[in-house]
Structure formats: C-alpha cells, structure tokens
Design a protein around this ligand. Sequence first.
Ligand SMILES: [Zn+2]
Ligand SMILES: [Zn+2]
Length: 518
Amino acid sequence: MQRDGFVSRRQIHVRGIVQGVGFRPFVYNLAQGLGLNGYVLNSSAGVTIEVEGESGELDRFVSRLSGEAPPLAHIEEVALTRLEPAGYTSFVIRDSLDEPGRLVPVSPDISSCDDCMRDFRDPANRRHGYPFTNCTNCGPRYTITRTIPYDRPLTTMACFAMCDGCLREYEEPRDRRFHAQPNACPECGPSLALVAADHLGEAPVFLQPGASLGAIGEVRRLLREGRIVAIKGLGGFHLVCDPMNDAAVRLLRERKKRSDKPFALMVPDIAGAERFCVVSDPEGKALMSPRRPIVILSRRPDTPLSQALAPGNSTLGVMLPYTPLHYLLFGDSLHAPPEFSALVMTSGNLSEEPIVTANREAVMRLGRIADVFLVHNRDIHTRVDDSVVRVFEDKERVLRRSRGYAPYPVTLHFPVAEILACGAELKNTFCLTKDHHAFLSQHIGDLENYETLVFFEETLARMKELFRIKPQVVAYDLHPLYLSTKLALGMTGVEKIGVQHHHAHIASCMAENGIKDR
Ligand SMILES: [Zn+2]
Ligand SMILES: [Zn+2]
C-alpha cells in the first residue's frame, strides 16, 4: 500500500530470543497493519527485517516492535539502519538465512500455553486429548533442536511430514501455529507406545494417535495397582508411581538404588500443591510459571503420602504438569476431578546417572526399575532434567537450572572472549562464553561415573555447535582429581587457566550481578 508523505526504508536487526517464539508472524502482522512493505527472516544473528513506507508509520513500527513482542520473545538489541527505498510492493516472510559464526540464543522448552490447553480440552477440536499439542508460544524447543537456524528440518520433528491441516496452520501468518516447528496433530504427529517390561526386546508398536487415550488409561490403571511406569517426557524419562501407595514408593526406592534422596511430586494444579504443602504467593507464581520448575515447598504434617517419599524431610519438591501428556496422566475427561491427587515423578535414571532419553536406552537402563514403559517417537536430541527452585525472601532462587531455563544465557555486563569453564565435580554445570553471553549448560550432575562424563562431553559438543563457540581458553577447578579438571587438562590447542574453587563461586556471582570492582 502506498501512502502520501515521505517514503523511506529501514533495515532492522533484532537480537535475543526471537526464533521459535512467534516473532516473525508478529512482525508480519505488525507491518501489514501499518501498511508497510518489505520482509522479515530468521538469520543466525537473530531476526532481520526490512520495512519500507511512510516515515511516521516506520517510527510506530519500530516502537511497537519492542513494546508488543510475543510473550516468549526476549529482545536484547534492536539495531536500525536508514536506507533509500527499494520499491517493495508487499510484506513477506523469507526463508531463513544462515550466517556462519553469528550466534542466536535458542529458546528453552516451554510448558503448554492456555490456548493449546483449550484446544486439547475441547471435544470438538481436532487436537482433543492429543498429547503432543503445541504452538509458537509453547512446547519443545532446546530438547528437539539439532542446530540453528531453528527450522523443522533441523529438529527431531524432521521425520514427521505435516498433514494438510497442519501445513495450512504452519503457512498462515495469522495462525498461532505459523512456523511452529514442532506443529503436529493426531493425523501426522508423534504417537505413543506402551511396552511391558517383559517385552522390552521387541520394537515398540506405536499406536494410532486416536488410541493414545486408551494407552494412558491403561497407565493409570497400572499406577493404581501400585506399578512403576517409565514415561518419556520432554527432556527425558520419568519414573512414575502412586505416592499414596507405600509399597510402590518403597519398591521404586529399592529398585532405583536411591536410599534416602527425596522423590519429586507432580500435582494436577495449585490446589493439589496446597493439599500437601504450604504455598506462598511467590511460590505459587514459581509453580505456575511457563518454565514449570520443581519448587521446594514446606510440607504439611499428616498427609496421606507415603513416608518413603522424602524420609526425614520437612520439605517436598513439587511441580505442575507441563505437557499435555502429563495432564492425561491425571485423568481422561480433562474436566472431571483428577484420578490422582499427586504422582511421584522422579528422573528416569539409576542413582547418580544422567536422565535417560532414548527408547532403546530406557529399555537397557530402566528395564529393571519400571514394570511398563510409555514411550513416544519424537526423539529427544538434548537431555534436560527438571529444574529445581526455592523461594527465599520472596524471590525465586534456582538450585538446579535445567528445563525451562537452559540454554537461555546469563547476560554479562561486558564482552568476553570465547571461554569454556569446566565447572566442579558435584552438581556440575559448565559454561561457554561469547560476546555478552554466558551460556550455562543444563544440570549435568555429579561427575562420578562414566555416563555422566559422557553427558558432559555430549552436551559440550552440542552447545559449541549450537552457539558456534570455539573456546580459546579453558578454565578448570584446581582440584586435581575432579573429572572436569582431568577433562580440561587433556584438551589441546587451548590456553588453560586453573581457578580456585571458592574464587570461582565469588567471580561468577559478581559476573551475574554486574559487579566489576575488585
Ligand atoms: Zn501453545
Ligand atoms: Zn497434522
């Protein structure tokens, strides 16, 4: 649309979390609404926009770009260049552009949004009861991304060809699922399979998606019987049982070789959390946040929960469902009161080993723990545990930074070289830096066994690829026996700097809070 007045063009580079969060459709609709022409595309540096039109409308476009961005977008920088008009005649969304060496943050995985839950609960909707419902505002991200730019062929959704209905949504800029890379429905998307532990040698038979409600109904029946079920989720497997069933909880503890560490609970809603724990307003907010962490809450006395759940603990780790599959575990009708007031939901691993992600791996490593496996065929590329937070002085403090948080970077107050910090031995995470970003890995765990070391190396390789970081400097803990130290000392072609453990604690705290003093 041509308007009266002075026509000019702006090239705009937007940096931050702007991919996989509905940013391009937002830009498209904004430009259309203001009668501007040009294009928008995802690049390895973020999002690049060119808009052309009347100057006043261009100014409005720029101010609304930051002011009205979609909820999951996180804009770090908007860089603007004025250009001579190019004579664009429409506004279009162009194909992604790959610029080697540039970096773009990847969105963490986000719990199901309200709109998707409405689709999921509506008997008339084609996604009614479909466990893999998602949109541009929610669903898997980091766990399914193989590399950037974030486009379906570069995710583990590449093997699912979209049906006509999904493709229409994916291509319609006004649709909530426009370019939602994990977009799926019962006709074309991932499906479930239920495998009994004594049939683990056989390949799983994936059900027609319409049959998923039946499979989950069977899982609920088994849980009521006191069985242990391994369930594949967003970032890995969970081991699930009925927390009111003392024998089931004790059996899980015995089989998992986890003598006294507490098991986390999933409850269907906030009221469910309040039934077992005292929940303050900020704690409720943490529970309901789209990151859906496990929140450490103070436990009420005299609950019907098994004593074996968290022996000798005055607190419980509690989380709310974060995928449609989780909601189905609590009940079928999605309207009636839930069948379980809580479920034990603990990482699917053997004591101290990393969480299991692949179906075959689950069979090998969890075959002696679970009685039955509920698996699906959407691969988890990157394993991510549940995050753990605690509210202290009304503020959320992160104890374990994983799902929903990683790999979102900590913003540094000054640019730094490309450095790898290997971290310590217990509750290990490592850190890669570039420009103003410190990318912390998800929680890796205690580096005490081969499996966890492999998890460290695998995650390091993936994050280096994802964020295009080639560290020239490697920082390591001075403790000579830590596996992370040995790993650093074994690296070649890099400068190595030993850092005393507590010095590293203080320095990282200063970096996070922007303190530059000595
Ligand atoms: Zn959604
Ligand atoms: Zn479909």
